[in-house]
Design a protein around this ligand. Structure first.
Ligand SMILES: N[C@@H](CCC(=O)N[C@@H](CS)C(=O)NCC(=O)O)C(=O)O
Length: 228
C-alpha cells in the first residue's frame, strides 16, 4: 500500500500536488495528515520524511519500503510505478514540455508563492502586485496558454486530459482565484477547469472542515469572503 504524508489541506500547497495525482488517477493510498506549526509537527514529520518537510510517499509494496520526498520526485515515482497511467502526457513533445514547466514551477515563482500563500478558507482582496509578482503572473499565463494552444486540443487541461503538470500548477490556480488576480479570459477558463476537477473538489471540501487555523497564512491580507 502507498502512504502519502501531507499537511493541512487548507494551506499545504506542496502536499496538494501528489495528492491530486493519486486521487485523479484513482491510485489507492493511505493518507497521513500532520498539521503544521504545532509543537509536535517537526518530530512527527521526521518519522516519515528525512527533509522534515511534507509531502512524503512511503511505498510499502516494495520489500523494506521505499521513501520518496519532494513533491515532483513523488510524482515521478508514481509515473514510473504506474506506466499504464498517463500521469505525464503520452506524446514525447508534450511530455518534455510538461516536465519543463513542472520543474519551472517547482524551482521558481517565489514572488507569487511568498506574496500570495495558498489559503483555501477565504478570498482576499488583490494585494499590491510588485514587479516580481507581475513577472511571475505573466510567465505563468504564457506557460498555460502555450501548453493549451499546442497540446490541449478541445480538452480543458494543459495537455488535454488532466496530468502531472496540472497537479503541479493547481496551487497556483487557487492563489490566482483566492487573491482575485486579474487574468486573461483563457487563463480563467483553465482555472475553472482545475477548480472543478473532482479530485480538487474533494481536497477543498476536506480542507474546509479542518479544525486548525494558522493566522500567519493570511497576515497582511484583507479577507473579502470566508468559507470556514
Ligand atoms: N520542495 C518541497 C517543499 C516542501 C515544503 O516546503 N513543505 C512544507 C509544507 S507545504 C513543509 O513541510 N513545511 C514544514 C516546515 O518547513 O517545517 C516539495 O516540493 O515537496
Amino acid at each position: 500500500m502507498l502512504k502519502l504524508v501531507i499537511a493541512n489541506k487548507l494551506y499545504s500547497s506542496w502536499s496538494l500536488r501528489p495528492w491530486l495525482v493519486l486521487s485523479a488517477f484513482n491510485i489507492p493510498f493511505e493518507e497521513v495528515l500532520i498539521p503544521l506549526r504545532t509543537p509536535e509537527s517537526r518530530g512527527l514529520v521526521l518519522e516519515y520524511s528525512p527533509s522534515g518537510k511534507v509531502p512524503a510517499l512511503i511505498d510499502g509494496d516494495v520489500d523494506g519500503d521505499v521513501t520518496v520526498w519532494e513533491s515532483l520526485a513523488i510524482i515521478e515515482y508514481l509515473a514510473e510505478k504506474f506506466p499504464e497511467l498517463a500521469i505525464w502526457p503520452r506524446d514525447v513533445k508534450a511530455r518534455a514540455h510538461a516536465r519543463s514547466i513542472s520543474n519551472e514551477m517547482h524551482a521558481g515563482f517565489q514572488a507569487i508563492r511568498q506574496g500570495c500563500p495558498m489559503h483555501l478558507g477565504a478570498r482576499f482582496a488583490t494585494p499590491p502586485l510588485t514587479e516580481a509578482m507581475r513577472a511571475c503572473i505573466d510567465r505563468i499565463e504564457d506557460i498555460w496558454s502555450e501548453a493549451r494552444n499546442r497540446f490541449a486540443g478541445s480538452q480543458p487541461f494543459l495537455y488535454g486530459a488532466f496530468s502531472a503538470a496540472d497537479a503541479m500548477y493547481a496551487p497556483v490556480v487557487t492563489r490566482f482565484d483566492t487573491y482575485q488576480i486579474p487574468v486573461r479570459e483563457a487563463t480563467r477558463a483553465y482555472m475553472d477547469a482545475v477548480l472543478a476537477h473532482p479530485a480538487f473538489e474533494a481536497w477543498r471540501a476536506a480542507a474546509l472542515v479542518e479544525p486548525w487555523r494558522i493566522p500567519e497564512y493570511s497576515d497582511g491580507h484583507t479577507p473579502v469572503e470566508s468559507f470556514i
